[in-house]
Every structure is written in C-alpha cells, then in structure tokens.
Ligand binder design. Structure first.
Ligand code: NAP
Length: 333
C-alpha cells in the first residue's frame, strides 16, 4: 500500500487534515444516479489513503448526505475531520433561500449533530452569506457553539475577502471554502489574498470544475443532474469551453497523467503562488477515481506547463451558477 498522503494544518489553530479531502455531495444528489455501495467503498479507500477531511452540508439530499455519512464517521470518529454546513434552506417546492439568523444556526447545528450521530462537528461552515443578518450576530452565535463544545472550528463558504476579514475579527476562522479551479478563478481577486494575509486555509470546492476538467463528462446530462441547468455546461458554452481543455489534455498526455490530475496539481501549486494553504476536495463516488485524484499529489507541473494553463479561466463562457446572486461574486462587483 502506498504511504499515506501528506497532512496540512488548515490554519494555525485549525484542524490537521490530509492534503486532499473528499467531497461527498454527489453521493446523495446533484450529479445524477448514485450507487451507495460504490460511495461507501470510496469513503473507505479515501481513509486508507490518508484522506481525513470529508465534506458534506445539511442541505445535500435534504439531510440524507449527513445520514449516509453517519455510520462511517462514527466508526472512524478519531480519524475523520467531518465538515458540514448550515445556511442554505431548501423549501419543499425546490426553491432555495439563505439564513444566517442565530435561531436558525442553533437549530441547524443540533439537527446536523443528530443526523451525523456525533457530539461535535469538527469544521462548521456558513454555507452562504445572508446579508440581512449582521456578520457579528452570526459569528457570535457560532462562537457560542464553539464554547458549548458543539463545534470545533469555524469556516465560511462563498464569502468575499472583506467578509472573511470582518468575521475573523470576531472569532478565528479556520477555513474558507469556495469554488476554485482552472475554470473558476474569481476567488483570486479578494478572498485568496485575504486568506493568505490572515493565515486561513482555502478549501477548494468543485476543483475539477464539476467534472468538466476531467474531459469525461457525458454529452447530455440527466434531468436530475444540476449541470443540465448550469450555463457553462450547456449549449454553445459547453462546446466553447470543451475546446479550452486542449492544454490540460496535452499536458496530461505528455506527463503520463490524467486531465483530473493536471487540474488538481495546478491547485496544489497555488500554495506557493499565493502563499496560502490550499486543500482541494474533489468529489467522486468511485474508488478508482479517488485513487487517480490522489495521485495528483505526486505531480508537479513545470513553469512552462503552468503558463499554458494560465489563460484558460479568462476564456470560459457561461456563469458558474444559474443565479449568480447566490454567490460571493454578487457582493464583490
Ligand atoms: N460550498 C459550496 O457551495 C459547494 C458547492 C459545490 C460543491 N461543494 C463541495 O465540493 C465537493 C467537490 O465539488 P463537486 O463534486 O461539485 O465537483 P468536482 O469535484 O469538481 O467534480 C465532481 C465530478 O467529477 C467527477 N469526477 C471526479 N473525479 C473524476 C475523475 N478522476 N475522472 C472523471 N470524472 C471524475 C465526479 O463523478 P463521479 O462521482 O461519478 O466520479 C463528479 O461528477 C462536493 O462534493 C461538495 O462537498 C461545495
């Protein structure tokens, strides 16, 4: 068996985690049909390889993703760093709203603890910012949860650099989670510089561009796959963006690697470019892809290869979400 992957600390007082985590969202919904047996094997393979950061949220599968992870987390409680999130509220009709309200946070943490069947959440993220509630109130409530022993470390997702600074002034934030990949580099404008300055770790979500950067996406998505509604995956945008993969696939072929490994290696190398801790959390439900993705930790791209990849993000067409008002971009521009 290969040696376990290296570990990194997300921030000076944050959790120590394997240098690559596992996104568990797709194990319950969003990317079409899922096979629970294969997903369970993926969790076990990840842990054996030294992955410790497992990412979920209360809204994934309307709580089902936390319930699915519960037996695994409980069986390996001391070896797993479980990260979950509150703040995205889904109504029965499928509509989504956001709440950072203290009463909501207190209900949400108890519900996540109950679904996961554990006493304390290792890393608890605010999933989306609700500007109607002052950050001081939400972070103050989260600080109370740390005091009460329900949460170990705090994180924020889809926030601006300014919001991170403000929150961090109220209570240390251990990690920020945002979309970051060769296809999506908006975070480099304000969030990444703020995280670097404050010593906060960046957890890169959708590091494979929701699968786009693997070059292995199907031509059409099923109706239960959210990518069928995401602008950059559909119609003319999809055709245009697929052509942008050329440098990724060329480098992969030259280096006897896969496009997914090139995309993840590029993210790992952001650490030296931005002087910030970066932990990608690629999502997969298949053990073979998990191992393929972990091998990215052994690939170092040359300066020439990095230069070839540099122009990609600026050329991508189509928004990364159907409604950009739900993202940090909306509060940054
Ligand atoms: N904070 C937020 O707002 C937010 C938003 C989105 C996601 N997230 C978190 O970030 C995690 C990762 O993001 P993501 O799942 O959206 O996107 P991703 O990791 O960029 O890509 C996942 C997709 O790529 C496929 N895939 C993975 N490895 C592959 C490989 N080696 N070759 C070919 N295809 C491969 C997966 O399919 P298979 O599963 O079939 O392998 C899946 O369709 C999520 O699981 C979730 O925990 C957070």
């Amino acid at each position: 068996m290969p040696p376990p992957i290296p570990t990194v600390r997300l921030s000076s007082d944050g959790p120590l985690v394997g240098a690559q985590g596992l996104g568990c969202m797709g194990m319950s919904e969003f990317y079409g049909d899922t096979d629970a047996g294969s997903a369970r094997q993926t969790l076990d393979a990840a842990l054996s390889a030294g992955v410790t950061l497992f990412d979920t949220a209360d809204m994934y599968g309307h709580g089902d993703n936390e319930r699915f992870l519960a037996p695994f987390v409980r069986a390996h409680r001391d070896d797993v760093v479980i990260a979950t999130k509150f703040g995205s509220v889904r109504a029965a009709d499928g509509s989504m709203s956001f709440s950072n309200d203290p009463a909501h946070i207190r209900r949400a943490v108890d519900a996540s603890l109950a679904r996961l069947g554990i006493e304390v959440i290792d890393l608890y993220y605010m999933h989306r910012r609700d500007p109607a509630v002052p950050l001081a109130d939400s972070v103050g409530t989260l600080a109370d949860l740390v005091q009460a022993g329900k949460v170990r470390h705090l994180g924020l997702s889809e926030v601006t650099g300014e919001e991170l600074r403000e929150a961090h002034a109220h209570h240390p934030i251990s990690a920020v989670q945002s979309e970051w990949s060769l296809f999506t580099r908006d975070v480099e404008r304000s969030l990444v510089p703020a995280a670097a300055e404050l010593g906060v770790g960046v957890v890169a979500y959708s590091p494979l561009g929701r699968g786009f950067l693997t070059g292995a996406l199907p031509d059409a998505f099923s109706a239960d796959d959210v990518r069928s509604r995401f602008p950059r995956f559909t119609g003319e945008n999809a055709r245009h963006n697929t052509a942008l993969l050329h440098p990724v696939t060329t480098i992969a072929a030259d280096r006897d690697a896969t496009p997914a490994q090139v995309a993840l290696a590029w993210l790992h190398q952001r650490r030296t470019v931005h002087n910030v801790t970066v932990v990608p959390i690629p999502g997969t439900r298949r053990p073979n892809r998990l191992n393929e993705n972990l091998a990215a930790l052994e690939l170092t791209l040359t300066a020439d290869e990095l230069a070839l990849l540099e122009p990609i993000a600026d050329q991508v067409t189509g928004d990364r979400y159907p409604d950009m008002a739900e993202t940090s971009n909306a509060r940054e521009i």
